[in-house]
Ligand binder design. Structure first.
Ligand code: TRP
Ligand code: SF4
Length: 487
């Protein structure tokens, strides 16, 4: 596959809980696929250590060790810090911040209905999982995914419902807070990983807790011993079996070349070979695949400084991406930010009241006076919402809106050219103070036709905090000092 330039690549994100050394089920079910995705996608892979706490909050002593074990396995298997971003979830606080915002808008029923909620509670009956964190597990996962605008989430069948919920949360959040044409949060798709079947050595599902697994980093001797001691599908030499139902057969299906797989499949199904021979071949094929991985792991484990640097850089790069998203999210949600501090000063306080600038007093004529008052006001608001001059009394906002600004003293009329304007600003002078009414596009549009007209100009008359138009009086007081239309 040809490499696409970095910017146009689709974004992939996935995580693993820090369970310690990975077994072959984790490898063929996820990690092997991640390694491939690095070449074609912009990838984020992280250790979901907060997620681990949702079920293991009582015993956290080994979370750190387990985190490093998993990262070593990732590097050993071929995840490359040059080609993907690897990081630790709890080091990127933006996940928690987005999670808290999601918790405000997510109905409890959505979380209670996720199948894994009740299932896991029942399965892990020895633990008290009637906790807030456990209920919120998929919501934290939604934050993990959405904070990076992931397009795809490579996961197994068991996680599909979580990605489904993620999409619903994104949609609801966008409904409330998205304003622009581009949605605030991107709805991701599942990239279902079709894991080849791999039974544990006792024929049950391979799982750490059953003690029936082979580690990715298994030493050669232990690997051979586990395979040689494995349960098979042929209790007696004369029984016919199937590699599909045998842990050893599964290893062949994953790690043996086609001709060897064909040979043992025939031998197994026709009782033409012994399991002993079949196992010896499986040891060979599996060892051939795992040896370079084991060696690479040892190399990384011997360089703790390098490992530390890889994690630090991954964390930093993830923080950067996540913070970019969160800046937009905080703004869209409308949280108070110090960058727009000026917009929020209450107008009642005398200090904050706008004053007609001193310089206006020494203007040569009415025209010059208006220009001074306008320029002073534009300069003030531009600190938070920059306005660019277009022509006399007309300005352009950052988003390209046309803003007409006009001043008038009590009882006078405001005059604007009869050309399309998105926002009208009425600067009304009164006893040395200035009231600034910023009429947003909706108001301007609704009343544009009913404004009075004179010599190709639109005229607006203000009377006690209301505009007088052909269709009646329109109160404007609520727009005083409201600069949201100047974005
Ligand atoms: N819940 C996932 C698991 O148990 C781990 C996980 C956490 C995850 N956050 C994620 C996976 C985000 C994909 C995307 O395997
Ligand atoms: Fe398993 Fe091989 Fe024996 Fe078949 S021949 S049962 S695949 S060990």
């Amino acid at each position: 596959m040809t490499d696409q330039p970095q910017q146009t690549r689709r974004r992939v994100l996935s995580g693993m809980r820090p369970t310690g050394k990975l077994h072959l089920g984790n490898y063929v079910g996820a990690l092997q696929n991640w390694v491939k995705l690095q070449d074609t996608h912009t990838c984020f892979f992280f250790i979901a250590d907060w997620h681990a706490l949702t079920t293991d909050y009582e015993d956290t002593a080994r979370v750190g060790d387990h985190t490093v074990e998993v990262i070593l396995d990732w590097l050993a298997a071929g995840l490359d810090p040059q080609r993907c971003t690897m990081f630790v979830q709890s080091h990127v606080k933006q996940h928690a911040e987005l999670h808290v915002l999601f918790s405000m808008v997510t109905p409890l029923g959505w979380l209670e209905r996720v199948p894994s909620y009740k299932d896991q509670q029942a399965q892990l009956a020895n633990k008290d999982l009637h906790t807030y964190g456990f209920l919120g597990y998929p919501l934290l996962q939604a934050a993990d995914i959405l904070v990076y605008h992931a397009d795809y989430v490579p996961v197994g069948e068991d996680q599909v419902a979580h990605v489904e919920l993620t999409r619903e949360v994104a949609r609801r959040f966008n409904q409330f807070y998205s304003r622009g044409a581009k949605p605030l949060l991107n709805e991701p798709d599942v990239l279902l990983t079709k894991a080849p079947k791999l039974l544990g050595m006792d024929k049950r599902k391979m799982s750490k807790s059953y003690g029936n697994s082979i580690l990715l980093s298994e030493e050669a001797a232990a690997l051979a011993e586990k395979i040689n001691n494995s349960v098979t599908d042929r209790p007696k030499l004369t029984d016919k079996g199937s590699p599909d139902r045998c842990p050893v057969g599964n290893l062949h299906q994953i790690f043996s070349p086609a001709d060897r797989l064909a040979y043992i499949t025939k031998g197994c199904t026709q009782a033409g070979i012994t399991c002993v021979e079949c196992k010896a071949l499986a040891v060979e094929s599996t060892e051939a695949h795992l040896r370079p991985i084991r060696e690479r792991r040892k190399e990384f484990a011997a360089k703790p400084e390098l490992l530390k640097k890889i994690i630090q850089e991954g964390d930093r790069s993830a923080q950067q991406s996540a913070e970019e998203t969160m800046r937009a999210v905080r703004d869209a949600v409308g949280l108070f930010s110090m960058e727009s501090f000026e917009q929020h000063i209450p107008r009642e306080t005398a200090a904050a009241r706008l004053q007609v600038p001193q310089a206006a007093g020494s203007a040569q004529n009415e025209q010059e006076r208006r220009e001074i008052v306008t320029a002073d006001w534009v300069e003030k608001v531009s600190k938070a919402t920059p306005l660019r001059k277009d022509r006399p009394q007309i300005f352009i906002t950052r988003k390209g809106r046309k803003v007409g600004v006009q001043t008038a003293r009590a009882g006078e009329t405001f005059t604007f050219p009869d050309r399309p304007l998105n926002v009208l600003v009425l600067l009304a002078e009164e006893n040395g103070y200035l009231h600034d009414y910023v009429l947003p596009p909706k108001v301007v549009q609704d009343h544009w036709k009913s404004f009075a007209r004179e010599n190709g100009n639109v005229t607006v008359e203000l009377k006690q905090g209301a505009m007088v138009t052909a269709s009646g009086e329109v109160p404007v007081q609520q727009y005083e000092g409201d600069y949201s239309a100047l974005q």
